[in-house]
Design a protein around this ligand. Structure first.
Ligand code: ATP
Ligand code: MG
Length: 213
């Protein structure tokens, strides 16, 4: 296909990406929150945007169905990053990955005792690595959303999730007990596209890079 395809997810990533695309002279023709279209043209005939689930963005770019994409570090770590070039940290959609537990649960004491902990999370790969590095024994339970419910419902002792203000944790009587890593979104590029479509891609990457400075 001539031209380039950019994979984006709806919501905060789309919103925070708009100014960066604008700096590269790219303006989507429609708002994905209002339109049901999954392929959105832009003001540039050679650039289109596809709207996919946040966790599917790396997959589209890996296989070249999209040339460019924007994905959170959380999503990229779970995906593994195969076939992806990651030239820029965009510093958008910032939050942190952390371990959270119910207010009354003494997480540190449980870890010191060497207790086996049940941890519910969407981020199995990150959680596995984190607890292995600390020598904490865990049973990981995969969830796809609403992680905060798991300790309240007795599914797990703690969760690994993304936190920004902490309001959702607080509303569910949970507290952050350990920070795992800071998270932000990255520009990702298909490695083959970078060679074949260099003429179109390079100026876009450069404009985005200048816009984040
Ligand atoms: P879906 O809603 O399709 O299940 P999602 O919940 O991962 O996917 P978003 O909530 O839009 O989708 O999150 C997209 C990305 O934004 C995440 O991968 C993460 O990098 C970042 N993010 C998630 N939660 C927050 C937050 N509270 N504050 C800032 N950034 C966040
Ligand atoms: Mg979400």
């Amino acid at each position: 296909m001539s031209g380039i395809t950019i994979a984006l997810s709806k919501g905060r990533i789309f919103e925070e990406t708009l100014p960066l695309l604008a700096a590269a002279g790219i303006v989507p023709a429609e708002d994905p929150e209002k339109s049901r279209k999954l392929i959105i043209p832009t003001n540039r005939e050679d650039v289109r945007v596809v709207i996919v689930r946040a966790s599917d963005v790396p997959t589209y770019v890996q296989y070249g169905a999209a040339d460019l994409g924007i994905a959170g570090k959380d999503v990229l770590l779970e995906h593994g990053g195969a076939g992806l070039y990651q030239p820029l940290d965009l510093n958008i959609a910032r939050c942190r990955m952390c371990v959270a537990a119910p207010v009354g649960f003494d997480y540190a004491a449980a870890v010191r005792r060497g207790a086996r902990l049940r941890i519910a999370t969407k981020y199995i790969a990150v959680a596995r690595e984190h607890f292995a590095a600390k020598g904490v024994h865990v049973d990981l339970i995969k969830l796809y959303g609403s992680m905060e419910l798991a300790p309240l419902a007795g599914l797990a002792e703690a969760i690994v999730d993304l936190v920004s203000s902490g309001a959702t944790l607080k509303a569910n009587n949970l507290v952050e007990v350990e920070e795992i890593m800071p998270i932000s979104s990255r520009l990702i590029v298909n490695q083959a596209s970078l060679k074949v479509k260099r003429e179109i891609l390079q100026p876009v990457i450069k404009a985005v890079e200048e816009a984040i400075r």
